[in-house]
Design a protein around this ligand. Structure first.
Ligand code: NAD
Length: 379
């Protein structure tokens, strides 16, 4: 017995060391549905914590815990940057999304979310769908990102793409003293939900595009669009996109694509895209800076979707989402100017801006509890 107690005490010390930067970590276990999940609330200085829930067959508990801690911290910065009154959190469900899902599992997860009484709002992420969260929403009101028919805001890639366009305009304004996007050449990686919408809008504005996608249907669709409006689009193989002679590179596919190898190849003046975690490491922001390539921090550029998800909690208003997404233009411009003024990377300038917002609010709010805000209205 004694030995057991010692062991558990050591483990507790270990866990507290690991989560020292977080407010709260909740382990959820429901044997009847097979649910094993972790919810990590990183910081609620700005308001209730917001973050999607992903489902993934993690190899072990450590891997799941590391993932949820890292992702929830990132959400604090994303929310601070998007100027929304939410903190950062994330949920992970341990399991294979192809074989381990059931409506009952998501209802059980909804009950755990509900037990946090409004400190945590969640919705879809990698491995989970809107339908999964329709199930969870039967147990709790603290769910977002569900279909319009269920009171959600619908497809978040629309405001995300709009945020990319505003970021491109801010970049053009900073580089060329004119925010017009027509007449320039853009290299686009990925023509999925976001990339295709960005490509379409650029074509309609009269831009020249060089694009790549591993999905031939997406390539055929953009070619058809170009044909219909006599637009200008060239197709390249996946790996060729980095060396394209263009004004701006727009990554809209996967993360980690700004690394030693690819930065060496880049011939563009700026990188502005929606893909999450574009930099392989923070050092690559420095490498781009030294090469004179302007980098628009991804978590600022792609905040449109998050702005929409957060707005759902006030009743989902498309005009308000668009208005808030427009603010990305000024954020990006401010970050470029600050980076130049302080001779720091644009990533450092963005991170500082977020830290400043958190500092200003700290003291007014140590951590969010729903009782503190009786005026908060839930849909
Ligand atoms: P998506 O899955 O709809 O599109 C991704 C596209 O990239 C697909 O067409 C895919 O075929 C293509 N692709 C994959 N690997 C490729 C490769 N090696 N070379 C070229 N193309 C490749 O995803 P999405 O919703 O458009 O999101 C794009 C990126 O933006 C992702 O990194 C996502 O995390 C990020 N993001 C999306 C949103 C949103 O609202 N959808 C919000 C924030 C961030």
């Amino acid at each position: 017995m004694k030995q057991q107690l010692d062991q558990s005490s050591e483990m507790t010390m270990d866990i507290f060391g690991k989560i020292s930067g977080h407010e709260q970590v909740v382990f959820c276990n429901d044997p009847s549905t097979g649910l094993q999940a972790i919810i990590a609330i990183h910081n609620t200085t700005l308001g209730p914590a917001l973050g999607g829930t992903r489902m993934y067959p993690y190899a072990n508990l450590d891997e799941a815990l590391d993932d949820v801690l890292r992702l929830s911290e990132g959400m604090t910065y994303k929310c601070a940057a998007a100027d929304i009154d939410f903190g950062g959190a994330k949920g992970v469900i341990i399991g294979d999304p192809k074989t381990d899902k059931s409506p009952a599992l998501f209802r059980a997860y909804g009950q755990f979310v509900d037990s946090l009484n409004g400190r945590f709002f969640t919705g879809t992420d990698m491995g989970t769908t809107m339908e999964d969260f329709v199930q969870a929403s039967k147990e709790t009101p603290f769910i977002n990102g569900i279909p319009v028919e269920f009171g959600g805001g619908g497809d978040s890639s629309v405001p995300t793409a709009q945020g990319v366009i505003y970021s491109l305009k801010a970049t053009a304004e900073y580089l060329y003293g004119d925010e017009t996007l027509s007449g320039k050449t853009y290299a686009i990686q990925g023509l999925g939900k976001v990339g295709f919408k960005v490509a379409e809008q650029l074509l309609e504005m009269g831009a020249h595009l060089v694009v790549t996608d591993i999905n031939q249907d997406a390539i055929a669709a953009i070619q058809a669009k170009a044909l219909a409006i006599q637009g200008n689009v060239a197709i390249v193989e996946s790996e060729e996109i980095y060396g394209v002679d263009a004004d701006i590179f727009i990554p809209c596919a996967m993360g980690g694509i700004l690394n030693d190898e690819t930065i060496e190849k880049l011939k563009v003046r700026a990188v502005v895209g929606s893909a999450n975690n574009q930099l392989k490491s923070d050092l690559h922001a420095k490498l781009l800076h030294e090469k004179g390539i302007l980098y628009a921090p991804d978590y600022i550029v792609n905040a449109g979707g998050l702005i929409q998800v957060a707005d759902e909690l006030y009743g989902a208003n498309k005009a308000r989402v668009l208005m808030k997404t427009k603010a990305i233009y000024q954020s990006i411009l401010d970050i470029y100017k600050q980076s130049e003024l302080d001779a720091i990377t644009t990533l450092e300038a963005a991170n500082r801006k977020c830290q400043q917002r958190l500092e200003e609010q700290r003291g007014r709010n140590n951590f969010y509890s729903r009782q503190k805000s009786p005026k908060w209205t839930f849909k």
